[in-house]
Structures are given as C-alpha cells and as structure tokens.
Design a protein around this ligand. Structure first.
Ligand code: SAH
Length: 267
C-alpha cells in the first residue's frame, strides 16, 4: 500500500501539469477559490480557457489528439484514454446503426476527434469550439479527409442554438466550475431532441486525492485547474431536464479519467 502511494506520488509529482487529462491549463489555483462571484469566476475561466486553447494549449492538445510521435509518456497515456472514450461512443452509435442522416451537435469539438468519424458514418455534423484554433484545425482535418457533411465554427457552448437529434459534449466539463455545471447540462439538453452524450471527470475521493497531490507539485508551467463533478449531481440535472441515462462507461488510464453518460429524452 505504502509503495503504491509513493509510486502515485512520484508519478503525479513529475507530471501534475498533464494530469486529469483534458485540462492541463497553465492556471493558478488561487483564482478558482472563494472571493470572486460565480459569474466572474466563470467569465475568467472562459477567457482563460479560450486563450489557452488558442495558444499553448492548442499546440499541446493538437499533438495529443493526433498520431504525432512528439508526445511524452503522460501525453501518450492521455491519448490512449481519450481514444478509448471516443471509441466507446462510436461503438454505441454503430450498435444503434441509425446515425446516417441524423443531426449531431458536438459542443467543444476540439480538433474533431469525435465529429469527424461521426461525419464519416453519415451524420450531419454541426460542431463548435470556444477556441478558434481548435475549430479551424477540426475543419482542416475534415476537409483533408474529403468530408462534406460537417460544419465547424467558433463558439462557446452557451451560445450554441438549434435542435439536433444528438448532442455530444466530451471532456469539456473539466473546464466548468461546479456552480456552472447545472446550467451547462440544462443548456445541452435544451439542444437535444433525442439524446445527450456527455463526459466529465468524476469527483470520487480517489481522484480528489490525486488532484490534491498533483496540486502540491506544480509542474514547470504552474498547475492545473480542473473541475471534477459529482456524478449524482449530473444525473439529477439530466433528470430535471427530462432525460434518463441509458448507457454509461468509465475510462481510466493513469492520467485520464472520464465518466461517460448517454442520456435519452423521455417521451
Ligand atoms: N470534445 C473534444 C475536445 C476535448 S478538449 C474531444 O473529445 O476530442 C476540450 C475542448 O473544450 C477544447 O477544445 C476547448 O477549447 C473546449 N471548450 C472549453 N470550454 C468551452 C466552452 N465553454 N464552450 C465551447 N468549447 C469549450
């Protein structure tokens, strides 16, 4: 037991900046705490997230979400975990076998890791990201693959409008403070005619512990501000919006943790 904890400490200490996967911002922890109001802290978060994913974060995540060899072992571990999450979603959709011609809205699409394969399966994709660099790269990758049934644009997810058969929001909630999570889930549900597929880093004692340890050892570019979410809270919000969880998955590698829920609108 002692050895395991030491090993975990050693790993997290050397790589806290990368831990908890989709975050890895160069944020200072101080700004998430008490003093600012929820609105201001969210505005700060959004500005920082946008700036990060338009600059240093774009370079880092564009590499992680690719086949580039220019990644370290932690980044490779995160790539593996994220690939597993994407594959689990694609498997659900393949099993259903009815995505062709359906509309899918992918919020926080990154470089198109989910949107592009869904477009290849025949879905009509409307995908957006708060970062112009990410959305532009997604569009470039789609064009390179000759995909025509996908539109990519720059937008924060709160500003996305319309109605879609399926709404997806994968590994984005890690950027949302808990007090904004309910609103986020409600908004995503309001866009979905049939289902919402959402993932988040779950708030369990073990991950909270790991995160705390990581924060004790800020890496070369400061530490990570990542938000974990109570699963029961997310489920409650889905229920409030008239959705019920139909399928679920958990993906965990050494540095990537993601709970995945598919929620169907009750008829
Ligand atoms: N869903 C993608 C990308 C995950 S990385 C995938 O699984 O491959 C997280 C992405 O969320 C980043 O591209 C970031 O720019 C985006 N993001 C963070 N906050 C956002 C917000 N409020 N609105 C839209 N996108 C956001």
């Amino acid at each position: 037991m002692k050895t395991t904890i030491l090993a975990v400490l050693a790993i997290v200490a050397t790589s806290s900046v990368e831990a908890f996967a989709p975050s890895s911002q160069t944020f200072s922890l101080a700004s998430t705490s008490s003093s600012s109001s929820s609105l201001f802290s969210t505005v700060d978060d959004k500005t920082e997230v946008r700036e990060y994913f338009n600059s240093e974060g774009f370079n880092r995540w564009n590499k992680i979400y690719s086949e580039s060899d220019d990644v370290n072992s932690v980044q490779m571990d995160i790539r593996t975990g994220h690939d597993q999450t994407i594959q689990k979603i694609l498997n659900w959709i393949k099993d259903d076998g009815d995505i062709e011609g359906k509309s899918v809205c992918d919020c926080g699409c990154g470089v198109g890791s989910l949107a592009i394969p869904l477009a290849s399966m025949g879905a009509k994709i409307s995908a957006s990201d708060i970062s112009d660099a990410m959305a532009t790269e997604a569009s470039r990758r789609a064009t390179e693959m000759g995909i025509k049934n996908a539109k990519f644009y720059t937008s924060d997810l709160e500003s996305v409008t319309g109605k879609y058969d399926t709404v997806t929001c994968v590994d984005v909630a890690i950027h949302y403070p808990s007090e904004k999570m309910g609103e986020m889930v409600q908004h995503l549900c309001s866009l979905a005619d049939d289902r919402l597929i959402i993932s988040f880093a779950p708030k369990t004692w073990y991950y909270v512990f790991l995160k705390k340890i990581g924060e004790l050892f800020p890496g070369p570019s400061k530490t990570t501000r990542a938000y974990l979410h109570e699963e029961s809270f997310v489920r409650e919000e889905l229920k409030k919006a008239g959705f019920e969880v139909a399928r679920e998955e958990m993906t965990a590698t050494n540095f990537y943790f993601s709970r995945l829920l598919e929620a169907k609108k009750k008829v």
